[in-house]
Every structure is written in C-alpha cells, then in structure tokens.
Design a binder for this molecule. Structure first.
Ligand code: 13P
Length: 255
C-alpha cells in the first residue's frame, strides 16, 4: 500500500448490474466481519440503485461506505428513468461513480453531461468518482494521453479549482475492464501520474489532494503490486468485488 502523502487510499467495488437486494444483503453480511475496523484505507461498494438504502442500513457504523453508479445533474424534472443528487443523498449514498466507460459507450454519456454532473455531485455533498480511460485502439495509436487530457479537462471544467481535490478519478483503461488483461504497474503508474499532472495544471495543491484510482481486472492476486505505486491511490474493482472474500482481500492489500 502507498498512496501519496495525506491521501487516504480508497477501494471501491462497482457491482454494475449485479445483485438483487437479497443478494446484496448476503454480500454485506459476509463482508463486514472480513474488513477490519481500524484500518487506514476507505472502502466503498457501489450497488445498483435499488439496493442503496438496504446497503446503507446494513453498513451503518462500519468502515464500508455506499456509492451510487450514476446520477442525473438536475435535482428533479422530466427525466424519465433518471435519479437525482438529492435522491442519492436521501438514500444515504456517500458518493457516486460518474462517466464509467460502460455508460459512455452503451448509454451515450457525454463529456458535456459529465461537466454538469461533477459540480452537481459536489454541491450535493457526494464524492464523485470520475472514470476515464482509453480503448485498446487508442493506446495502440499512441493516443492515450490525448484521450485522458480531453476527458479530464472537459469533465472537470466546471469544478471550482479549490474543490478539485475532493474529486476521485479512476483510470480505467477500457481494454483492461472485464478482460483479465490488467495494466502493468508501469502503465497504471504512468497514466495516473499523467492524470495527476493534468489536475496540477489547474492547481498543484489540489492535485496532491485528489485521489486517483486504478480500475480494470484488479484481483486479490495483483492488487498489492498496483497499490504499491506512488500515484495509485486505490482501486475501482468490478468482477472481483462481487465475492466478499476476494473483495476483502483487495481491501486488505490497500492497508
Ligand atoms: P473489472 O474489475 O471486472 O475488470 O471491472 C472494472 C470496472 O469496470 C470497475 O468499474
């Protein structure tokens, strides 16, 4: 475990569209005894919307926080199928994942919408976890930095400079998501240091505060070496977060 000075590591499990309320309950009951209370790293699970209140209830008083997976930027309105910041806060969510590549690729999530969602989450008191990352094609074409620069600059454009440090950014190379093809520690460290430098273009102080996570095929077996890199402040975990034992092992690796 490392994370830079003053940055508390965060390990978050993004369940995507997995687990009914009943399954989520069974998971949390199995997880809680496996994550020691006094440890340093923060732990979050991101269940589907419907399981949020039950997870908040079950995790109350524990080390585990509950985040949502998406959010609309408006407080209320004619936006069928959407969920507002106020609704997430009322449900007890601590934060929200924004701009996951699955939402960008399959559901048309745009940088323009994300530029509104980021400040809306902060205004509501939610910790935003902004996901960015390149496709395999973009990496092979040498366009990784260009893609990351565009996403980070556009999506954070309307976040006040003095609040940039409150944003969590997750570097999730799309070619590593759900493929078992994890980025090398060097690739993860390099991209994450680049992301931090992009934040530093606006404020060096805020860049030192902002946590940048790695996501993409993180498993109990590879978590420790990824988390040992100086700029890697935690992990956003998909598949391996669905099993309490493997998720707890990743949490353990974060310290
Ligand atoms: P996997 O850990 O299943 O590769 O998913 C990563 C991810 O998309 C987390 O948001």
């Amino acid at each position: 475990m490392s994370a830079g000075p003053g940055r508390r590591p965060l390990v978050a499990g993004n369940w995507k569209m997995h687990k009914t309320i009943g399954e989520a309950e069974a998971f949390i009951q199995a997880l809680l005894p496996r994550v020691s209370a006094g440890a340093h790293a923060e732990v979050a699970i991101c269940p589907p919307f419907l399981a949020l209140p039950a997870m908040v209830d079950s995790a109350r008083g524990s080390r585990v926080q509950v985040y949502a997976q998406n959010m609309h930027q408006e407080q209320a309105g004619a936006f069928t199928g959407e969920v507002s910041p106020a609704m997430l806060v009322e449900a007890g969510a601590h934060g929200v994942v924004l701009g996951h590549s699955e939402r960008r690729e399959m559901f048309g999530e745009s940088d323009k919408a994300l530029a509104l969602k980021l400040p809306a989450a902060l205004a509501a008191g939610l910790v935003p976890v902004l996901c960015v990352g390149e496709t395999e094609q973009e990496r092979e074409a040498g366009e990784t930095e260009r893609k990351l620069r565009r996403q980070v600059q556009e999506d954070l454009a309307q976040v006040e400079t003095e609040r940039l440090g409150e944003v969590v950014i997750a570097y999730e190379p799309i070619w590593a998501i759900g493929t078992g093809q994890v980025a090398t520690v060097e690739e993860a460290q390099e991209a994450i240091a680049f992301i931090r430098a992009l934040v530093a273009d606006r404020s060096g102080e805020e860049a030192e505060r902002a946590r940048v996570l790695y996501g993409g095929s993180v498993k109990a077996e590879n978590a420790a070496e990824l988390l040992a890199e100086p700029d890697v402040d935690g992990a956003l975990v998909g598949g391996a977060s669905l099993d309490p034992e493997s998720f707890a092992a990743i949490v353990e690796a974060a310290g």
